[in-house]
Design a protein around this ligand. Structure first.
Ligand code: FES
Length: 136
C-alpha cells in the first residue's frame, strides 16, 4: 500500500507551479495544471536529465491555410509540454508521454488532495526532505 508524502497546501500552487520533493532517494516533480496535480520522476527518458526542472510551454501547432499550405506555427493554449532542460525532449504535462513517441513516458506518480493538502503516493517514504520552493 502506498504511503502519502505531504507536498504542500493546494493554495501554495498557482497554475503551472511545481515543487520537487526527494523521497527515498528519488526526486519527483509535482505540478499543478488546470486545477489538477500531476507528478513525475525528475528523470528524462533520453539521458536522465532533470526534466521536472524544465520549462512548461504550449505544444507547437501548425496553422494551415484553406489549401493546406503552412501559414504559421503557434503555441497551443490548451496542450502544455514539459521541456527537458538538457536536450529539449518534450513531454505532455498531463500524461508524461513524449510528444514525438508516445511509447516513451516519464515515470508517473499518483497525487491526491485531501483537506486542502497535496500528497504524493509512493511505495516508501523514509527519507522525505522538505519540498523546494515553487517554481514556474
Ligand atoms: S536528457 Fe532530457 S532531452 Fe536529453
Amino acid at each position: 500500500m502506498p504511503t502519502e508524502v505531504p507536498v504542500g497546501r493546494v493554495e501554495e500552487f498557482d497554475e503551472f507551479d511545481r515543487k520537487i520533493v526527494l523521497t527515498d532517494g528519488t526526486k519527483v516533480g509535482v505540478f499543478r495544471v488546470d486545477e489538477r496535480f500531476y507528478a513525475y520522476e525528475n528523470r528524462c527518458m533520453h539521458q536522465g536529465g532533470p526534466v521536472c526542472e524544465g520549462r512548461i510551454l504550449g505544444k507547437v501547432e501548425t496553422v494551415l491555410e484553406d489549401d493546406r499550405n503552412v501559414l504559421r506555427e503557434k503555441f497551443s493554449d490548451t496542450e502544455k509540454h514539459l521541456v527537458c532542460p538538457w536536450h529539449g525532449y518534450e513531454y505532455d504535462i498531463k500524461t508524461g508521454q513524449h510528444a514525438g513517441d508516445r511509447r516513451l513516458s516519464l515515470n508517473r506518480f499518483d497525487v491526491v488532495e485531501r483537506d486542502g493538502m497535496v500528497y504524493l503516493l509512493v511505495e516508501q517514504s523514509d527519507s522525505l526532505q522538505q519540498p523546494s520552493e515553487n517554481r514556474r
